[in-house]
Design a protein around this ligand. Structure first.
Ligand code: PLP
Length: 394
């Protein structure tokens, strides 16, 4: 281990692995686990998307493609940005990568030097700080609260900026909190950054999974900041395509070219078959997106009521994505079922071992007093899970 680089050693090991490893083991032993730990939709990939993949194989579309993605897919992505997000990009401002994850990793590698700071509001998606560290830069974590809807304020942003600040990471709708920044909030944050040479990496992976009539407003719509905003998205969540590994990035051409260069020397093009399937997803019938969104909204409403009625649990109403992220500080520091629960990891372990509900502790998201529960599960499963959790804390 002493032979490893500081780059790797400075990365944190996933704290969620212990719980998810335990959950798999218990499942294999035949235990009736209800799992609310999934980071992916429980719906299948739509038939017409699968068919496009099958057609691609049958047509022999199984070789290297252009490193940055096939023109047909870039065209579909340009059209998607116009249709869903009110954004205009040229095809040469787009790169297709192996999942949203690779677009983000490429961006940090292209923009960060050692000593650079990247502002990451917490609670954050687990990979942001680790990717920043992998790029030799320093994540600057800014904590948000339930009271502010888990959103960073312009004042907090101003205070976090130093001469070394290179990027602000925004993830709206957010994994894990479900927070969605309104147009007004986005504009206020962009006002702080205007003219200061700081990039915004906007992770819009859940842009189409929003509730209560809100829509996710992209910071790239703020004209004064357009040249400084980089948008990451993908087909994983919207089209239930997590295993196909197609993500895409839009931004200034010079940055896209740099990501192209990095990708060409590391992974080459994303999977050819999956690119064809992604074209079908983005250009095909979009009604399925709305149907699934509506189903998620029903579950969100159920979970919001149900979790808030459990003493010690307090949750904001998520406006997007498919996670509840209640503060569970009300049950911490007490003994339940003979166990003293100090933090969310203890709670997740207790819920799993004694009550057979799999959740994800908030530690990994920079929020040790929260618990993440995914509602990418059937209403029946959610009801059962909530009953078990209620019992665990009564
Ligand atoms: N960004 C966020 C906020 C996510 O939650 C995820 C997946 O969990 C990703 C990016 C990565 O998506 P992909 O599976 O396309 O790499």
């Amino acid at each position: 281990e002493h032979l490893l680089t500081s780059r790797v050693l400075s990365m944190q090991e996933s704290q969620t692995m212990r719980i998810s490893g335990l959950a798999s083991k218990m499942k294999a032993e035949g235990k009736n686990i209800v799992s609310l730990s999934a980071g992916e939709p429980d719906f299948p990939t739509p038939d017409h998307v699968n068919q496009a993949g099958i057609d691609a194989i049958n047509a022999g579309f199984t070789r290297y493609t252009a490193n940055s993605g096939i023109p047909e897919l870039k065209k579909a992505i340009v059209e998607k940005f116009r249709r869903d997000n009110g954004l205009e990009f040229e095809e040469n401002q787009i790169i297709v990568s192996n999942g949203g994850k690779q677009t983000l990793a490429n961006t940090f590698l292209a923009l960060c030097e050692e000593g650079d700071e990247v502002i990451v509001p917490a609670p954050f998606w687990v990979s942001f700080p680790e990717m920043v560290r992998l790029a030799s830069a320093t994540p600057v974590i800014v904590n948000t609260t339930l009271e502010s809807g888990y959103k960073i304020t312009p004042d907090q942003l101003e205070k976090a900026i130093t001469p070394k600040t290179r990027i602000l990471v925004l993830n709206s709708p957010s994994n894990p909190t479900g927070a969605v920044y309104s147009e007004t909030e986005v504009r206020a944050l962009m006002k702080v950054l205007e003219g200061r040479g700081i990039f915004v990496l906007s992770d819009e992976m859940y842009d189409m999974i929003v509730y209560g009539g809100v829509s996710a407003f992209s910071p790239a719509r703020v004209t004064e900041m357009k040249a400084w905003v980089i948008v990451s998205n993908g087909v994983s969540k919207t089209y239930s395509m997590t295993g196909w590994r197609i993500g895409y990035l839009a931004g200034p051409k010079w940055l896209i070219d740099a990501c192209d260069k990095i990708q060409s020397q590391t992974t080459s093009n994303p999977n050819a078959i999956a690119q064809k399937a992604a074209v079908a997803a983005l250009t095909g019938d979009q009604r399925i997106v709305e149907e699934r969104r509506a189903e998620f909204e029903k579950r969100r409403n159920f979970m919001y009521e149900a979790l808030n009625s459990i003493p010690g649990f307090k949750t904001a109403l998520p406006e997007g994505a498919f996670y509840m992220f209640p503060s569970i500080s009300g049950v911490l520091g007490k003994t339940w079922g003979g166990r003293l629960l100090k933090d969310s990891a203890d709670v997740a372990e207790y819920l799993l071992k004694d009550h057979l509900v799999a959740t994800v502790p908030g530690d990994a998201f920079g929020a040790p007093e929260n618990l993440r529960l995914s509602y990418a599960a059937s209403i029946e499963a959610l009801e059962e899970a909530v009953n078990r959790i209620r019992k665990a804390f009564s």
